[in-house]
Design a protein around this ligand. Structure first.
Ligand SMILES: Nc1ncnc2c1ncn2[C@@H]1O[C@H](COP(=O)(O)OP(=O)(O)OP(=O)(O)O)[C@@H](O)[C@H]1O
Ligand SMILES: [Mg+2]
Length: 254
């Protein structure tokens, strides 16, 4: 698959390309080596690794080369990466397996328990994107979904309200908030003060769940901003990092 994408981007190349690959912040040395080996075998001349939150920060337009603290919370599909970044590297970070896909799972479980209806993960994602919320909405919204009635075994349509989504999603959302809290607790005081001045940046598709920014802001007392082009932040940041390898020297490695 890697080979396919390399040839798609580079065409028929004379020189093997340099490749930068994004990895979650908490991967082990063995996992890093596996990524480098796979890319080398797929035809890379040189492989650079960059941690996802750092790429997300660059993609969000943050100048990470300065000696001040920046906090990035990147909520993807599989993982949420939380990091405090300063001088081009992460100072404190954590990665948890609670993100967009887990939110979908919680919705499936909730609908099954409350309505006795089994819905698929795609339907759950539709509910999350359209009426999902983790902070009370001023106006309740609703959506009709189809699932299988667990008692009769037949298809059934039900109306789901955004207030129900709040009940379903508050638990995983609070797990993310608690992790942000624990990263802040481990952050050196000067950097924590910078974060409190500048705010927390949220990136990744998962942060688009309605009210996640408000919930984090309420629980931490720190201003929370959703980055522009949030879904593409990591990809954009990785591209920019490859253009400015000198800045990341020592952080991106072969
Ligand atoms: N408008 C939206 N509202 C709520 N969730 C959304 C929205 N758009 C995308 N998502 C969710 O964002 C998640 C994907 O985000 P993203 O593309 O950042 O993940 P990823 O980078 O592929 O995953 P990972 O970082 O874990 O490897 C999915 O769970 C998707 O349902
Ligand atoms: Mg991601």
């Amino acid at each position: 698959m890697l080979k396919h994408f390399i040839s798609k981007v580079c065409g028929k190349f004379i020189f093997a390309p340099r490749i930068m690959i994004c990895i979650p912040s908490q991967v082990t040395e063995v996992e890093k080596k596996a990524v480098i080996d796979a890319a080398s075998q797929a035809g890379a001349r040189k492989v650079y690794l960059i941690e996802e939150p750092i790429a997300a920060a660059i993609g969000a337009g943050i100048d990470i080369s300065k000696p001040c603290g920046n906090m990035v919370v990147d909520i993807g599909g599989g993982t949420t990466d939380i990091a405090v970044i300063s001088l081009g590297g992460s100072v404190v970070s954590t990665s948890l397996k609670i993100a967009g896909d887990k939110f979908d799972e919680y919705i499936v479980k909730y609908i099954k328990k409350k309505h006795n209806i089994m819905i698929g993960e795609r339907t759950a994602e539709d509910l999350k994107v359209n009426i999902g919320c983790v902070f009370p909405k001023i106006q309740d919204t609703e959506m009709d979904v189809r699932g299988r009635d667990l008692i009769t075994g037949l298809p059934k349509t039900i109306t789901v309200h955004s207030s129900e989504m709040l009940e379903a999603l508050i638990e995983p959302a609070m797990m993310i908030v608690d992790s942000v809290h624990s990263v802040l607790e481990r952050t050196p005081p000067e950097l924590a003060a910078d974060i409190s001045d500048k705010g927390i940046y949220m990136t990744g598709g998962g942060c688009l769940v309605d009210g996640l920014d408000k919930l984090l802001q309420e629980k931490t007392g720190i201003n929370v901003m959703i980055a522009q082009d949030t879904v593409s932040c990591v990809a954009l940041g990785t591209g920019k990092a490859l253009d400015n390898l000198d800045v990341l020297e020592g952080k991106a490695r072969k």
